[in-house]
Design a protein around this ligand. Structure first.
Ligand SMILES: Cc1ncc(COP(=O)(O)O)c(C=O)c1O
Length: 372
């Protein structure tokens, strides 16, 4: 049996929509993009949504619109995709890396320790903001982060690239910080047929600036008020994204069901299973287990046709690009502990019971518990 790590959902309606857009002759920021922005904003519970070319560009535009630049420090988790951190460099600011808690998201206690000590390096004149990441589809501890942000006068820009539809105490991720950023990369909870992203916010000025910056700094065709970028979205992807959004709640329900199958099938083994906080509605972008035999287990599963992943083998405070730019970074105990143990199991909405049972049986076999 072959069980891939992830698989984007495609159906006949989506194929049909793509052909319709091709025939329409309108390919960039047209009627589907406008409609998708409205529908996505309503789904998250914010005033505005601005489609962009990727999750990375939505974080970049958010930081730009917030006026983040040279001399500014931005608190980011180290255990996240590197693109959470890249835009901080691109606006000329400094990432300050934060450790994780038991849900793999930013530890608010560590944020507070850093803020109490003040600027960690002379080039950082002021710590300006926090970019929490709702990693693997589990919300970060938003209330504690917002409380710290208020006390220290910081912005909170949510990286929701792995958490479309997740809820923190009943509120959708992306609706709690000053803005939230999403990716539509093909493995995400909401995908299109290529790259794409969206920034959501209820702040009129941020939405307006991002809208202008993504399209060469203009509102009128030949009048450029800002020096902007080409970070636009396209109609084929918007048409597909609208259909994916209609199915998102169902996809997330399937992901939670698969997570329950794994929880049941893997109980009692020498593994740490993912923890979901009582206040969280997680959307299981990834199902991440921990074992000190990670590499052996991963090879064993791969030989049996079960694809696995490691998200992420090198934490960002140890990435060569960071060390070469900023030099040695302070140690992050929990992050460094988990990166050798984490293993992502197959997870996508269409994964069926038989496949999940096969994954669990293969893991049991590995631990010598055949038939138990
Ligand atoms: C947490 C996180 N942030 C940012 C990104 C960047 O998104 P994109 O690949 O659409 O630029 C990703 C996806 O790779 C991600 O998982």
């Amino acid at each position: 049996m072959k069980v891939p790590l992830s698989k984007p959902y495609v159906d006949q309606d989506m194929r049909q929509r793509v052909l319709e857009v091709i025939d329409s002759g309108q390919y960039i920021l047209g009627k589907h993009s406008k409609a998708f922005e409205g529908e996505f904003a309503r789904f998250i519970g914010v005033k505005h949504a601005v489609l962009t070319s990727s999750g990375t560009s939505s974080i970049f535009l958010g930081l730009k619109a917030l006026g983040v630049g040279p001399g500014d420090g931005v608190l980011v988790p180290s255990l996240t995709a590197f693109p959470t951190v890249e835009p901080v460099f691109h606006v000329g600011a400094h990432p300050i890396f934060v450790d994780i808690d038991e849900t793999f998201t930013m530890d608010p206690n560590h944020i507070e320790d850093i803020l109490k000590k003040g600027s960690p390096r002379p080039e950082v004149k002021k710590i300006k903001g926090i970019v929490p990441v709702h990693l693997y589809g589990h919300p970060a501890e938003v209330d504690s982060i917002l409380d710290l942000a208020k006390r220290y006068d910081l912005f909170v820009l949510e990286d929701c690239c792995q958490a479309h539809g997740a809820k923190y105490k009943g509120r959708r991720v992306g609706s709690m910080g000053v803005a939230g950023c999403f990716s539509f990369y093909p493995s995400k909870n909401l995908t299109v047929f290529g790259d794409g992203g969206i920034l959501v916010t209820s702040d009129d000025a941020i939405a307006k600036t991002c809208r202008m910056l993504r399209d060469h700094g203009r509102q009128e065709k030949y009048e450029h008020e800002l020096v902007g970028y080409n970070m636009r979205f396209n109609e084929i992807q918007a048409a597909v994204g609208r259909l994916q959004l209609q199915r998102l709640e169902g996809f997330n329900e399937s992901r939670r069901k698969i997570a329950r199958w794994y929880n049941d099938g893997l109980g009692g083994l020498p593994l740490i299973l993912p923890k979901v906080q009582s206040w969280a509605e997680a959307v299981f972008h990834l199902y991440v287990i921990q074992t000190s035999k990670r590499d052996e287990l991963s090879s064993y599963l791969n030989e049996r046709g079960v694809q696995t992943g490691v998200h992420y083998p090198i934490p960002n405070h140890q990435q060569p690009a960071v060390l070469n730019t900023l030099g040695q970074q302070p140690k992050l105990k929990k992050t460094e502990e988990v990166v050798d143990k984490i293993l992502s199991l197959p997870m996508y909405p269409e994964l069926n019971r038989e496949q999940a049972d096969f994954v669990c049986a293969s893991i049991k076999e590995f631990f010598g518990k055949k038939g138990s």
